[in-house]
Design a protein around this ligand. Structure first.
Ligand code: NOJ
Length: 713
């Protein structure tokens, strides 16, 4: 297909149509769904609908085939639609939510999740997924922390990269692969006060050092598309922000793929107060380099007028259209407009045994054990009570799992029984006062209560911001009740974000189980029984209270740092709580017990050309085999741009047999010591650094070295 020739034959209306994305029901009115918003009528004619370029949110192969057929039957130039959808952590086989996957500290699992998602989604005729979300999250009030990979740019980028590689695999032209659209460019995770869609005001320094890192990692991994964010950056809506879309994306990063707005966000710049009307919005969008507008009609209704009035150069429109045609060509849609869609294959693939097994293995590495006073794994023969709203719930898929069928998931009770853990009593209650006297008597005959509490699956996600992050609906009263009845307790916390855990800390064991997807309760039960040894570690700091937010491990010392155990009023601290989080970034226990010792570095001085080799011995002092994630941090002590007290620069998740030791090795080189300035430029400075290695960001062993100009020999 010669796309330049095709472009040449297109009318302005047809060009503008390519730049519009609509939901499937625009083409077949009796399809009722609209998954991601509330724009049902955007003021366009039937003719314009049938000139649009892509579709958002198809449900299955049959629907895709119907829509494509219908569309092509009316399309003059026979340019097929691209089908895009939000496949975030699985299509029908649902994997752990992204914040949970990141807690595995095993990016390979993200790769497998993306592979399975691509195989299933492409069989339904989906060509592009709006994933991964590379927004950095430091504020658990923001409901979308569930969709991201935590607070750290380095760790998050490792996951983002594997997601893109997993989706696109050996090329988007091949069957079974989908193109990746990274989102939400830029800094959407920094919405003020954690309120979704709110203003973002980040310095250019933090923008480049932290927030942009993830999108860049996706683009370096080959992501074909990028979605803009709902928020402003520097007072300009991201969707029309030419610093982001031109200077950074095209000029600095050399991105050649397609840009797309978020849902209705081009039109919404009128609500931002940045354009007076849709026509002005269209002008700003096309000038900034926005290619597709999702679910609004500014381009399709006004580009022609703007071109005729000489306000928009048609060449700009051509560039955008060419990028879209190029993507269609690369996907192979001109040869086969129904690419991927296969009703039979879809039936075989989705939710298949093989895919569920992969999702189960992923879930096994994501639960984070936060406390364990010798209760877990459950000893054989203990009398167990099962309490809480999640005891008999199948709702373990979490946000953005719209193809997932939670009715097919097992409940915790069913999964425990499969592990021969048969509850003496099961009470699906939220609070202590919902338990009768008689049931309390039965509870007293038990040894341990498993208390399955937390958020419900849709309490985190888009438009799910909260100011009160305490355990919802007085569920912590169950922990107090169990204690007063004299039983041991194990709290399982189902959630899509860090919650305030102070009210349940008196429990004997506490495991954060997020929303682990189709196989959640199988995985949790096997972990309780000891068949699986938990190995997840936190990727967001868990605050002591909401007032500490934003809280993250890589903070600056400030000019007046608070030193531990030193009383001095005029330092950076709180009167009421310590500065430290309740549970730090990187924290998570296991049934094994690991000891870190003998940290060695190859030299106490290196030049920019040299590498520093680091080794540490880690010993599993227990006879329980398990994984440990060894974390490497650095500190750069002196720089004209202040550096954080710690920066993650490496991690290794390693399997240890019982009572064994291994020497874990890392290398540091100049690129790990680089600093990014407010313009996105990288540089380094000579001087003193520390290497720190440990099981989490607080508990580390360190050694110093210097970066010097020339070696002494
Ligand atoms: C709005 C969300 O912000 C975005 O993440 C999603 O991809 C689009 N809607 C499309 O559903």
């Amino acid at each position: 297909m010669d796309i330049n020739k095709l472009l040449h034959n297109m009318t302005i209306e047809e060009k503008a149509g390519q730049l519009m994305q609509l939901a499937p029901f625009f083409f077949i009115r009796d399809l009722e769904i609209e998954v991601a918003g509330n724009v049902s009528d955007i003021g366009i004619t039937q003719k314009k609908i049938f000139q649009s370029g892509s579709v958002l949110g198809i449900r299955n192969a049959k629907e895709m085939i119907d829509v494509q057929k219908r569309y092509l039957s009316q399309s003059r130039l026979q340019i097929p639609l691209i089908f895009m959808a939000d496949i975030i952590h699985g299509y029908e086989t649902i994997f752990p939510v992204p914040i949970a996957i990141s807690s595995s500290w095993n990016p390979e699992l993200a790769y497998q999740m993306a592979r399975v998602s691509a195989l299933e989604a492409s069989s339904a005729g989906i060509h592009v997924t709006f994933s991964p979300m590379a927004d950095l999250s430091r504020d658990p009030r923001w409901g979308r922390v569930v969709e991201g990979f935590g607070e750290d740019a380095y760790l998050s980028s490792s996951f983002v990269k594997q997601m893109v590689l997993g989706y696109q695999n050996d090329g988007i032209e091949k069957p079974g692969n989908v193109a990746s659209c990274v989102k939400h460019f830029a800094a959407y995770g920094a919405v003020e006060a954690g309120r979704d869609y709110n203003t973002v005001d980040v310095s250019r320094l933090f923008l480049h050092q932290y927030h942009l890192t993830g999108y860049k990692a996706a683009i370096d991994a080959g992501a074909k598309m990028i979605m803009t964010a709902f928020n402003t950056v520097d007072g300009i809506p991201s969707t029309v922000n030419s610093y982001l879309l031109k200077d950074v994306l095209r000029d600095q990063w050399k991105f050649e793929g397609v840009t797309i707005s978020d849902y209705d966000s081009l039109h919404q710049i009128v609500d931002h107060g940045c354009a007076e009307n849709d026509k002005e919005a269209a002008l700003l969008g096309i000038e900034a380099g926005l290619d597709i507008e999702m679910a609004s009609s500014c381009y399709v209704n006004y580009l022609k007028e703007l071109i005729n009035e000489n306000k928009v150069d048609v060449k700009r429109v051509d560039k955008a259209v060419l990028r879209i045609l190029e993507l269609k060509k690369e996907l192979g849609l001109f040869e086969n407009p129904f690419k991927g869609a296969d009703i039979l294959l879809e039936e075989q693939l989705v939710h298949s045994k093989e895919h569920l097994a992969i999702a189960k293995k992923a879930a096994d590495e994501c639960s984070v054990l936060l406390k364990n006073d010798h209760v877990l794994p459950l000893k054989e023969g203990v009398r167990v009570a099962l309490i809480g709203p999640h005891a008999q719930s199948r709702s373990t898929n979490g946000s953005w799992s719209w193809h997932g069928k939670s009715e097919l998931n097992s409940t915790l009770e069913e999964s425990l029984i499969k592990q021969d853990i048969i509850p003496v009593i099961t009470l699906s209650v939220e609070r202590d006062d919902q338990i009768s006297k008689e049931d309390k008597e039965i509870l007293k005959t038990c040894d341990v209560a498993i208390i399955a509490i937390g958020e419900d699956a849709y309490e985190s996600g888009e438009a799910r911001s909260k100011t009160d992050l305490s355990i919802p609906r007085k569920q912590s009263s169950l922990v107090q009740l169990v204690k007063s009845l004299g039983l041991k307790s194990v709290v399982l916390l189902y959630s899509g974000r860090p919650l305030m855990l102070d009210s349940v800390l008196q429990t004997d064991a506490l495991m954060y189980v997020w929303f682990l997807g189709s196989q959640a309760n199988e995985s949790i039960s096997e972990t309780l029984s000891g068949k699986i040894n938990p190995s997840g570690k936190l990727t967001m700091s868990f605050p002591r209270n909401v007032g500490q937010i934003p809280i993250y491990y890589n903070y600056y010392t400030t000019g007046r740092p608070k030193e531990e155990h030193v009383q001095n009023e005029y330092v950076s601290y709180y009167l009421d709580v310590p500065n430290s989080p309740l549970f730090p970034f990187g924290y998570g226990l296991s049934y094994s017990s690991f000891d870190y010792h003998d940290l060695h570095i190859s030299s106490d001085e290196i030049t920019p050309e040299e590498k520093l080799s680091i080794s540490i011995e880690v010993t599993n002092k227990s006879n329980v085999a398990g994984y440990e994630t060894v974390q490497l941090y650095i500190r750069d002590y002196v720089s004209k741009i202040v550096r954080p007290i710690k920066e993650l620069k490496g991690f290794k998740k390693v399997w240890f047999d019982g009572n064994t030791s291994q020497v874990i090795k890392f290398n540091l080189q100049l690129e790990d010591l680089m600093i990014i300035d407010a313009f996105g430029n990288e540089f380094f400075e000579y001087g003193k650094f520390s290497v720190m290695v440990g099981p989490n960001s607080e508990n580390v062993i360190s050694k110093d070295f210097r970066l010097i100009k020339e070696s002494k020999q």
